[in-house]
Design a protein around this ligand. Structure first.
Ligand code: GCO
Ligand code: MG
Length: 403
């Protein structure tokens, strides 16, 4: 029997911070798992290094399900983003090893292709509406079939999802930047710019929008109703998902589809939303929801209720997650869409990935496993971790709002 011989936690900052777990088996096969949790990276690094890595040494890398159960049930303290990201890293690395040993790209082990490629949506954004419209035009020219549109709300400092100096990076300052928020100003403005997108570019592509947990349920209901004629692919995170019954209220008022789940980490947190048919797309990801093993379980449950996948894919999810999500998205029957935000240019120096973009879809090459290699020499050039935090949103009266 082969055993896990090494478990390395690799931290690098090629344009942004990434934490990666690399497992090496006694027969010399390596597997990678993403362990990046934006703004809390070192908590997961310590969880893995101090509490998980010592337990992995000597275990059989073949036993993926058993290792998952051992780390989840065995810890007693279960769920939550730190734990689930750590478990995900181990799980993904073990699937990488198994698929490499089989000599197959991972999707083959997951049942083989259900589709030719996974449709993605990139972000169009602008500090002004004309800037947003130019960005939508640019992305349509590049052949994307689906586009997320966000514009800065006039009069508010900082808006989530909008580029600064040509790039959007959610966590971009050494202390959380404080931004101003007004749901009233947003509700007045957002439907109007989304309408301008449809007026200018028509309906031949999917249009998405992220509300980013900002509205109350009744405001979200009003927003959803006010954009119905624009036929959004989805409105994302209309209200914070801790209050899951509130989605019933939104549903009573609008048929705009709803996507939720990027901040939810287990099947238990989406069970109510899925089984009560309160959402249309589930946005959990490989890295924050327990890896391939657990995410597949979530998507299987979702399939029973005609809920489709819509994996989170912001730049804080590494190319290892991107490849894993792509492999899973190729295989599952109820794939919906995949977020594709891209990375700073330096990231590709460290992560050599076989994932390719064609006609608005991602696909993988025939490399066995996930199809990603970690370049240690390049990583050494980006070795210094840079503490970076997501912003904090405050209402106009100074009180803290959901970010
Ligand atoms: C998205 C997201 C992100 C998150 C970020 C948090 O839909 O892409 O909402 O941009 O804010 O991933 O770390
Ligand atoms: Mg989002």
């Amino acid at each position: 029997m082969a055993t896990i011989e090494r478990a390395e936690v690799l931290i690098c900052c090629p344009g942004r911070n990434f934490v990666t777990l690399r497992l090496t088996s006694s027969d010399g096969v390596t597997g990678l798992g993403d362990a990046t949790l934006n703004g809390r990276e070192l908590a997961v690094a310590s969880y893995l290094r101090d509490h998980v890595a010592p337990l992995l040494i000597g275990r059989d890398p073949d036993r993926i399900e058993d290792t998952w159960q051992y780390l989840y049930k065995g810890a007693y303290w279960r769920r939550g983003p730190v734990t689930m990201t750590a478990v995900a890293a181990v799980d993904t690395a073990l699937w990488d090893i198994k698929a490499k040993l089989a000599g197959m790209p991972l999707h083959q082990l997951l049942g083989g292709r259900s589709r030719d490629g996974v449709m993605v949506y990139p972000h169009a954004s602008g500090q002004t509406v004309p800037e947003l419209l130019d960005d939508v035009a640019r992305l349509l020219d590049l052949g994307y079939q689906a586009i997320r549109a966000q514009a800065a709300v006039p009069g508010l400092t900082g808006s989530y999802g909008v580029k600064k100096n040509g790039r959007y990076e959610p966590a971009d300052s050494a202390r959380p930047e404080e931004q101003a928020w007004s749901s009233e100003a947003y509700l007045d403005f957002a439907p109007r710019y989304l309408e301008q997108v449809r007026q200018r570019f028509g309906f031949d592509f999917h249009l998405l929008h992220d509300v980013h947990h900002r509205l109350t349920p009744i405001q979200a209901a009003r927003f959803g109703r006010s954009v119905e004629q624009l036929r959004l692919f989805w409105m994302e995170d209309p209200t914070p998902a801790e209050d899951q019954e509130s989605f019933r209220l939104i549903r009573q008022h609008t048929c705009t589809p709803i996507a939720v789940g990027e901040a939810l980490t287990s099947i238990w947190e989406v069970q109510h939303l899925i089984t009560n048919r309160l959402i249309d797309y589930v946005r959990c990801t490989v890295v924050h929801a327990g890896g391939i093993t657990h995410l597949r379980r979530i998507f299987d449950l979702a399939d029973l209720y005609q809920v489709r996948s819509g994996c989170h894919g912001a730049s804080d999810l590494s190319p290892v997650t991107q490849a894993a999500a792509c492999q899973l998205g190729l295989a599952i029957p109820n794939f919906g869409i995949q977020e594709h935000m891209g990375y700073p240019p330096q990231t590709a120096e460290v992560f050599h990935s076989g994932v390719q973009l064609k006609d608005g879809c991602l696909d993988v090459d025939d490399s066995p496993g996930l199809g990603v290699e970690y370049d240690d020499q390049a990583a050494a050039r980006f070795a210094d971790f840079e503490p970076k935090y997501l912003p904090v949103a405050r209402r106009l009266d100074g009180s803290v709002h959901d970010w």
